[in-house]
Design a protein around this ligand. Structure first.
Ligand SMILES: NC(=O)c1ccc[n+]([C@@H]2O[C@H](COP(=O)([O-])OP(=O)(O)OC[C@H]3O[C@@H](n4cnc5c(N)ncnc54)[C@H](O)[C@@H]3O)[C@@H](O)[C@H]2O)c1
Length: 381
């Protein structure tokens, strides 16, 4: 088969990350980039010698050469673009959240099934080898009965009222910010490792900055720190949460709690998860992704360092370098893309997060929003 021709929509933080990692996938050729910011798309296209640059996503989807679309645009555009790709019969790999509402995601799941279109959502953290191994330990019974799951996902790039990004605005980011943006990754990983769904939530969300200062120009993700250099700041109201604390229950009745925040000084991308079972506990930290900490009551704790000769099962398929050679954030993207294109090209079974996982996340986020506003436990649909 000839190379699969891929188009990327959105040339920002994620567009560049997808592009770089797609370049590591056999059988894939990136032929086009689209962005309303033509100069951003052109810069990326020149850097990586991509043949076509489009100013609108509609032109890219209409390009008959393109078999597969990566949607790396702001959240509110996900529904429209993902739907158009499905209707055009193109494989679609969407950034998270899949859409901004469960109703929109339900429609996409149904349409993709009807049109038999391969689909994925970039819940990237489950594509690291050690969370994979953690899942194996849980499913093999090594942890015993799961008592408790806890952790957090903390960042500081929106700590000041002068920090601004499209995510802050409901119109572009959706009704939830910290929970949908980063909490969705945390919930996806918990469900993936434990093999259990989150069934109920009790949440307390807080918008620390009720107003923020919006600049004339668009601010790139994580560039809030350079905000002070921007001109034309305008004070605007903010409705989305900076912080969230969420109690939850899993299918087995095990309990959990997590905190999300985009205003916690010193925390850059601090994603930690701990699973406490009756025999042992597991801890994984995204900023030290090559270590899995294992806690014991009656013997010394252990730190397992990523090394395929020390792991077994499918987690070894997610390792590409020998022990002592760290792999991290970009490699998780590569792993997801490898599996996605292996399914598209060689028809191997799906082993990546799909639109159905995106829909599950929308339902959790909606339950969290309802719980926080009504101050009640809410079952996840
Ligand atoms: N999986 C992850 O780890 C991860 C990490 C960061 C962001 N994301 C997700 O990726 C998506 C993009 O986030 P980002 O941080 O790259 O944002 P960004 O602001 O850096 O980039 C978004 C790009 O989309 C472009 N764009 C806006 N409107 C457009 C339109 N109508 N047509 C074409 N292009 C348009 C913008 O000009 C910009 O270049 C978001 O949905 C976000 O949630 C996922």
């Amino acid at each position: 088969m000839n190379n699969v021709k891929v188009g990327i929509i959105g040339a920002g933080f994620m567009g560049a990350a997808h592009l770089e990692n797609l370049r590591r996938i056999p059988g894939v050729e990136i032929t086009a980039i689209a962005d309303i910011n033509m100069s951003a798309a052109q810069k990326l296209a020149e850097k990586f010698s991509i043949a076509h640059v489009y100013e609108t996503w509609q032109e890219l989807i209409a390009d008959p050469e393109i078999h597969s679309v990566h949607n790396c645009t702001p959240n509110t555009l996900h529904y429209e673009i993902n739907k158009a790709a499905i209707l055009a019969g193109k494989a679609i790999l969407s950034e998270k959240p899949l859409t901004n509402t469960a109703a929109q995601s339900e429609e996409l799941v149904r349409l993709a099934e009807e049109k038999n279109v391969l689909n994925a959502v970039n819940f990237s953290y489950r594509n690291y080898p050690l969370p994979r191994y953690a899942r194996q330990l849980v499913s093999n019974g090594n942890l015993g009965k799961i008592f408790l799951v806890h952790g957090h996902y903390l960042q500081d790039w929106l700590i000041y009222p002068e920090d601004y990004n499209w995510r802050v605005d409901v119109k572009h980011g959706g009704a939830s910010r910290a929970v949908a943006d980063i909490g969705s990754h945390w919930c996806d990983l918990v469900q993936f490792i434990t093999g259990q769904k989150i069934t109920a939530v009790f949440a307390d969300l807080e918008t620390v900055h009720k107003t923020r200062f919006k600049p004339d120009a668009e601010v790139e993700t994580f560039k809030g720190k350079e905000q002070s250099q921007l001109k034309g700041l305008r004070e605007v109201p903010v409705e989305t949460e900076d912080v969230g604390m969420v109690l939850f229950r899993l299918e087995s009745g095990a309990k959990g709690v997590f905190t999300v925040s985009q205003v916690s000084a010193g925390h850059k991308n601090c994603f930690k998860i701990e699973i406490d079972g009756s025999r042992m506990s597991l801890q994984w930290d995204q900023e030290e992704p090559n270590q899995l900490k294992m806690g014991f009551r009656n013997k010394a704790n252990e730190i397992l360092v990523k090394d395929s000769s020390l792991l077994e099962g499918e987690s070894t398929d997610f390792i590409h370098y020998p022990g002592g050679h760290p792999e991290g954030y970009p490699d998780a993207f590569k792993n997801l893309f490898l599996n996605f294109y292996a399914t598209l090209i060689k028809k191997i079974p799906v082993n990546f997060p799909t639109f159905t996982d995106g829909l599950l996340e929308n339902r959790i986020v909606e339950a969290i929003l309802k719980s926080s506003s009504q101050k009640i436990w809410v079952n996840v649909e």
